[in-house]
Design a protein around this ligand. Structure first.
Ligand code: KG4
Ligand code: ZN
Length: 468
C-alpha cells in the first residue's frame, strides 16, 4: 500500500485534507482550542473545500481572531525532522518562533573518509541515529510526543533513501500520538527560516539559496509561491567549495566549506587569475563546473602534492600556495554570486518594486566572506540583507519545523497516519522537486501568479495579522 505524504506546495489538496480532518473527525487532541478554531477558520476560507458547514471566504481577520491567533501561535508545538542529505536533524519550535531544542548529528566523518555522500551509507547513518536525535530534541525541549501539535518533515528534494528515513520516523511519531503531518520542501525551508530570524520579513522578498546541491535565486511572492530567477546549469557553489577543499588536502572533518574559508584567510585572493563564470550570459544562472576545472589545473601546474600530503604536514611555502589558491577560488566563486545577484535584484524590483529584503541562506551562507560581499550588494540596492545565523544556514531541524508552522497555520497539513498503517509502507517522496516556476526576462510572471494554487487573500490575511 502506498501512502502519500502531501507536499506542502499542493495547498488545495492539503487544505481539503485539513478541512476534512477538522470538520469530520475533529482536530488532533493536542491542538489547543484557540488554535483549533483558528486553523478551522483558515481552512474553511479555502475555495477548495466546498462544504455547507464552511464559513464564506473572508479577507479581513477580526480583532478577536487576531488576538486568539496570536495566543494560539505560542501554543503550537512543531517537531521538525530533516534527513535529506548528510545531516540527521530534529528540533522543536513554538508557533511564535521560539526554538525549544535543536539537535544535529553530522556525517562529516563519513564524508571525510569516503570523499562524498554515498546514498546507501548515508541512509544507514541516518537510520542509526534518527531515534536518538528525535528523542533528544523532545528531551531538550522537556516535552513528550503527546505535547506536540504536529510533525513537519522534509519530503524533498534530496536523496530518496535518506528522505525515507526521516519520513518513516515522522509518520511513526505522528501515528503514535495522532498528530497531523506537514511535508516540507528543503529549499523553501532554507528560505523561510529567515522569517523566524527576522519577524519583519514579509513577502515578497528576493532569496539566494546556496548549498551543496543547489544554487537558487527566487522571488518569494508568498507562502508556497516562488518564481525562480536563476539556478545552476551544472554544480552548486557548495560542491565547488567541497571539491576545492579536498583537492587542497584540507581536513574535511570540519566540512569542506569551513576548512576552505579558514585557509583562504591566509591567502592572496589575487594570486591566481581564475575566470569569472558566465559573464557572456546576461541571465541569473550559475555555473561552477568550469571554475572547479580551473582550480584543478592550477593545483597541477604548481606541482603541489596535495593528494598524499595533507595541509597539516605541508611545508610553509606549499601551505602558502594552497592558501593562495583557496583565497583566489573564493574571490571568484563569490564574485560570480555577486554579479548574478545584482542582476536578480534588478529583475526582482521590476517585477515587485515593493521588495525590501534580500535573503541569503543555505550552508554556504554561513561563510563570512560570502555574507560581507552580499551585504554590499544589498546595500548598493537599498535592500536589507537577512541571513540566518550559521547554525540555521546549514541543514537543521528548526527550518523544517518553522516551515511546517507556516504551512500548518495556512491550513496545509494532512491527517495523522491510520493506526493500522503498516511499518513498511512506501511513501511518496519528492527527490526532485523544483522550487517555483522558471522566469526569463521579458516573460510576464502574471501567468505564474494566476496559475498558482495559493489563495492570495488567505496568505495575506494570515501574514498581515500574525507576523506583527
Ligand atoms: O545547506 P547545507 O547544509 O546542505 C545541503 O542542503 O546541501 O549546505 C552544505 C554545503 C556544503 O557544501 C558545505 O561545504 C557548505 O554548505 N558550507 C560552506 C560553509 N559552511 C558550509 N561553504 C563555504 N563556507 C562555509 N563556511
Ligand atoms: Zn540544505
Amino acid at each position: 500500500m502506498a501512502a502519500t505524504l502531501l507536499p506542502t506546495l499542493s495547498p488545495a489538496v492539503s487544505r481539503a485534507a485539513a478541512a476534512f480532518l477538522l470538520l469530520r473527525r475533529g482536530p488532533a487532541k493536542s491542538l489547543p482550542s484557540t488554535l483549533r478554531h483558528f486553523v478551522a477558520s483558515v481552512s474553511s476560507s479555502s475555495p477548495a473545500t466546498p462544504s455547507p458547514a464552511i464559513r464564506p471566504p473572508s479577507t479581513v481577520a477580526s480583532s478577536s481572531t487576531v488576538a486568539r491567533a496570536t495566543h494560539a501561535r505560542r501554543d503550537l508545538l512543531m517537531l521538525g525532522i530533516e534527513t535529506s542529505c548528510d545531516d540527521t536533524a530534529a528540533a522543536v519550535v513554538r508557533g511564535d518562533g521560539e526554538i525549544l531544542s535543536q539537535v544535529v548529528s553530522s556525517q562529516a566523518d563519513l564524508l571525510a573518509r569516503y570523499g562524498g555522500v554515498a546514498p546507501k551509507m548515508a541512509e544507514e547513518a541516518h537510520a542509526l541515529v534518527i531515534d536518538q536525535v528525535v528523542q533528544k530534541a523532545l528531551d531538550d525541549a522537556k516535552l513528550s510526543g503527546s505535547d506536540l501539535s504536529a510533525v513537519a518533515v522534509t519530503v524533498g528534494p534530496g536523496l530518496s533513501l535518506c528522505l525515507r528515513v526521516g519520513v518513516h520516523k515522522a509518520r511513526q511519531v505522528a501515528k503514535s500520538f495522532g498528530l497531523p503531518i506537514v511535508g516540507v520542501h528543503h529549499m523553501e525551508a532554507h528560505a523561510l527560516v529567515s522569517r523566524l530570524v527576522n519577524k519583519d520579513l514579509d513577502f515578497p522578498f528576493l532569496a539566494l539559496l546556496i548549498s551543496g546541491g543547489h544554487n537558487l535565486l527566487v522571488l518569494a511572492h508568498s507562502l508556497g509561491q516562488y518564481v525562480q530567477l536563476g539556478t545552476t546549469i551544472d554544480d552548486a557553489i557548495g560542491e565547488a567549495y567541497d571539491k576545492t577543499a579536498r583537492w587542497l588536502g584540507l581536513d574535511m572533518r570540519k566540512g569542506g566549506g569551513p576548512a576552505l574559508e579558514e585557509l583562504a584567510l591566509d591567502g592572496d585572493p589575487d594570486a591566481v587569475k581564475f575566470r569569472v563564470p558566465m559573464r557572456q550570459h546576461k541571465d541569473c544562472n550559475f555555473s561552477y563546473a568550469g571554475l572547479k576545472t580551473q582550480v584543478r589545473l592550477a593545483i597541477e601546474s604548481k606541482n603541489l602534492s596535495t593528494d598524499d600530503i595533507p595541509i597539516s604536514s605541508a611545508s610553509e611555502e606549499d601551505r602558502q600556495s594552497r592558501a593562495n589558491i583557496a583565497a583566489s577560488f573564493q574571490r571568484v566563486a563569490v564574485l560570480h554570486l555577486e554579479e548574478r545577484c545584482q542582476r536578480a535584484v534588478e529583475w526582482a524590483l521590476k517585477i515587485e518594486p515593493s521588495i525590501k529584503y534580500f535573503v541569503v541562506s543555505g550552508g554556504v551562507a554561513s561563510n563570512k566572506y560570502v555574507r560581507t560581499r552580499l551585504n554590499q550588494v544589498a546595500e548598493n540596492n537599498r535592500l536589507q540583507l537577512v541571513s540566518p545565523p550559521p547554525s540555521l544556514c546549514t541543514d537543521n531541524g528548526v527550518m523544517i519545523a518553522w516551515t511546517g508552522i507556516e504551512h500548518f497555520i495556512a491550513g496545509r497539513f494532512e491527517d495523522p497516519p491510520a493506526a493500522d498503517e503498516p511499518d513498511d509502507t512506501q511513501y511518496e517522496l519528492r527527490p526532485r522537486w523544483p522550487l517555483g516556476e522558471e522566469y526569463s526576462e521579458g516573460r510576464s510572471v502574471a501567468r505564474s501568479l494566476k496559475t498558482a494554487r495559493v489563495h492570495p487573500s488567505l496568505t495575506s490575511m494570515i501574514q498581515g495579522s500574525l507576523q506583527k
